[in-house]
Design a protein around this ligand. Structure first.
Ligand code: SF4
Length: 311
């Protein structure tokens, strides 16, 4: 690591922590709208334990801010305010504070806009996004002088440029679910007791997965042979490398295809763009359409296959 990298490693986490503290305050002292949409155990532990992130994670987290900056440009020219704080109380008196990314005030109507960064295209908004916006709209409604309120989520993949907007209309039942989750979290914080975990798509990235009963007790490490545990740990340490290899191959393939190159010699390596002829196959959907009688006679399920996934 050179001097600059050492400096960045020390400086960036401090700068980002100061930035978060100045825009959101001490997040361990209140319940935010993003806390109540998914696993409450993760939200709870995020407030009561200090989690150290490595520099790569800090950089990845910044994609959310980049998405927000893009949305600010998308909304340029509209009467919007950013980081609008709306407040409420849980049943036990615990503070609830939602920081809404954007509120566009059209006079008779306020429109909440929440920016979300994603690394894959999303067909439908995640439930956690919807609950977050429901809570924001519900709290805003009580604080915006009788104006009507509705919302949007803008999901952006900052790597590919993909984006999509989802309209979110106020829904009393969903707002009540959001408030119920806020009350569970508030009670957990008051009593110092972990709420129940709830499996999420992002469990593999959760800093508390190692002690989580929802995933780590599926089969105990002590029940497995030592060699198997060692192989799992080796595999886990290589999964990041596997992703990097895929990215490198994609980049090289893209270049070869763009310039029409089939083969190149780089030092003692020969790099070849391999083209495999597609295997003959039957188009099942087409067969179903053009020859339903034959399809119904040959239809069967294959035996499926198994594979190992380490999260
Ligand atoms: S691993 Fe998953 S279920 Fe467990 S605390 Fe984290 S997010 Fe919740």
């Amino acid at each position: 690591m050179n001097k600059l990298e050492k400096f960045i490693n020390q400086n960036l986490p401090k700068v980002l922590a100061a930035e978060t503290a100045s825009s959101l305050g001490d997040r361990s002292k209140y319940i935010g709208a993003s806390d109540i949409g998914s696993c409450l155990r993760k939200a709870y532990l995020g407030k009561v334990q200090h989690v150290e992130h490595d520099i790569a994670q800090h950089i990845v987290f910044q994609r959310g801010h980049i998405a927000e900056e893009l949305v600010a440009k998308m909304l340029h020219g509209t009467p919007y305010k950013t980081q609008v704080e709306v407040t409420g109380k849980a049943e036990n008196g615990y503070d609830i504070k939602a920081h809404i990314d954007f509120v566009v005030d059209f006079g008779a109507e306020c429109v909440v806009v929440e920016a979300k960064s994603t690394s894959i295209p999303v067909e439908d908004p995640y439930d956690s996004w919807i609950l977050q916006v429901q809570m924001q709209m519900g709290l805003l409604k009580s604080q915006c002088d009788g104006k009507s309120v509705r919302g949007y989520v803008i999901a952006i993949d900052v790597n590919t440029g993909w984006f999509k907007t989802f309209e979110v209309l106020p829904n009393k039942v969903l707002f009540e679910i959001a408030m119920k989750n806020a009350n569970i979290l508030a009670e957990a914080l008051k009593k110092n007791e972990e709420p129940e975990p709830e499996i999420q798509l992002y469990c593999s990235k959760c800093p508390f997965k190692g002690t989580c009963s929802a995933i780590s007790n599926l089969e105990c490490e002590t029940d497995l042979p030592k060699d198997v545990v060692a192989a799992i740990m080796r595999l886990a340490s290589k999964s990041k490398l596997e992703k990097e290899i895929k990215e490198e191959k994609k980049l090289i393939q893209g270049f070869f295809e763009a310039v029409g190159l089939k083969q190149a010699k780089v030092r003692d390596k020969i790099v070849t763009l391999m083209t495999m002829r597609g295997k003959k196959a039957v188009d099942i959907d087409l067969l179903k359409n053009v020859a339903p009688d034959i399809y119904s006679k040959v239809e069967c399920y294959d035996r499926g296959y198994s594979f190992i996934k380490v999260v």
